[in-house]
Every structure is written in C-alpha cells, then in structure tokens.
Design a protein around this ligand. Sequence first.
Ligand SMILES: C[S@@+](CC[C@H](N)C(=O)[O-])C[C@H]1O[C@@H](n2cnc3c(N)ncnc32)[C@H](O)[C@@H]1O
Length: 221
Amino acid sequence: MVRSDRTWSPTSIDLDWIEATGRPLHPVLIEMESVADPEGIPILSRDSGRMLAVLAANRRRVLEVGTAIGYSTLWMALALPPDGTVVTIDPDRARTDRARAFWRRAGLPDTRISVVNEPALDAFEGAAPELRGPFDMVFIDALKDEYLAYLAALMDRLVPGAVVVADNVLWSGRTSGARPSRPGDGSDALREFCARVSADPAFETAILPIGDGLLVATLRP
Ligand SMILES: C[S@@+](CC[C@H](N)C(=O)[O-])C[C@H]1O[C@@H](n2cnc3c(N)ncnc32)[C@H](O)[C@@H]1O
C-alpha cells in the first residue's frame, strides 16, 4: 500500500465532536436534509456541504451542474460574499421550483441564484448569457457518465485559480473496485474522470474521502 499506514479512523465520537464544534447549520439546510432522505432525493453529505462552503467563501461566480432541491446550492450561496452569485443547471423543473422556495425561505434574493432548466451539455452549447462565464468555482453533481464532458465544455469559461469540485467520485466504493461495479453504472466514467483530472498538469487535485468522495481541483493560475 502506497499511502501512509494509518492505523486509526475517526469514530462516531470524533464525528459528533466535529458536528458539535462546527457552526450550527442554517435551519433551511436541516429542513432540506429531512425531506431529501424520505423522498429519495440525492443530495450531497453534510460534510461535503461544509467543504463546499469553505471553497465558496472567497468566490464570486459559481456554476453548479445538478441542482435537485438546491441543498448544495444553498451551502455555497450562504458562504459566498454578498456580491457572489450561483448559476445552477438541472432539467428537472419540479425540483428546481422546490429549490427556489427553499432559497427564498433562507432569505436569499432571487438575483443571487439563477436556474437553467436544460440538460447541462445542451445548455453549454446554447446561448444563455448566464452560462458565458467566467466562473471561479464549478460544482459538478449530475450524470456521472458526463463529468468529463461537463469539464471539457467549461474549461474556456474558468478563470485562472478557479476551483472545480465533483461529488460522488467514490460512487459507494465502485470507482476503486472496493465494491463490484457493472458496465454503464457510471463507475468507469468516474474512474476515467478522476484519473484524467488528477494527471492533468493544469490542475492541482485531491480526492477527499468525505461523503461519497469529493474531487477538488484548482486550475493553476
Ligand atoms: C445528485 S442530484 C444533485 C444534488 C445536489 N447537487 C445537492 O447535493 O443538493 C443530481 C441532479 O442532476 C440532475 N440532472 C440529471 N441529468 C442532468 C443533466 N443532463 N444536466 C444537469 N443536471 C442533470 C437530476 O435532475 C438531479 O436533480
């Protein structure tokens, strides 16, 4: 094994301590968590949300691919400086309408978050002015087979120093082979995405084992 021989993993006591030490969650985030699980709406983990907030805190123009009910969007929007904005893409209008209601309840004016209701690759080819960029943060959390294509379409819209974040890169253990995968289940695509971004000298990249795995890559200035 190449990694350092760590003989210790955090216990539930450590995780409870982290939770107790972190700033209390916005009540609307808690409400979103409570509806997502019973309804089977996939949202990122709370730890990954905290990480997104850290990364968003000094950004101005964020693009998100995959809104769902707007949980990750809200983590980023609450952390952005007052002039920071998010553009988020999801073809599922019913979900993004619910997202908008949550964001309003969290006190965010509609002008802070724009929604594009189209499949992302179509949207990137279209002329929507809000997708022209430039962006200083991109969060990718939609179709796993399309992660590389999203990034390729966005490269020219990123400022130097932009951070690219992608969720589910561990895919519950299927990407690494820790659990069995099937052709077409997204595992091969995620494996290729992680390998390509990690090997790309244009990026400084880390894969964090939080939630379902978060890839974080900074575009070198
Ligand atoms: C994992 S969920 C997003 C969760 C959200 N980022 C969060 O953590 O709160 C993935 C979303 O991608 C959307 N989606 C599916 N196909 C898409 C596409 N081609 N382009 C953009 N979004 C898509 C789905 O409708 C779904 O709501």
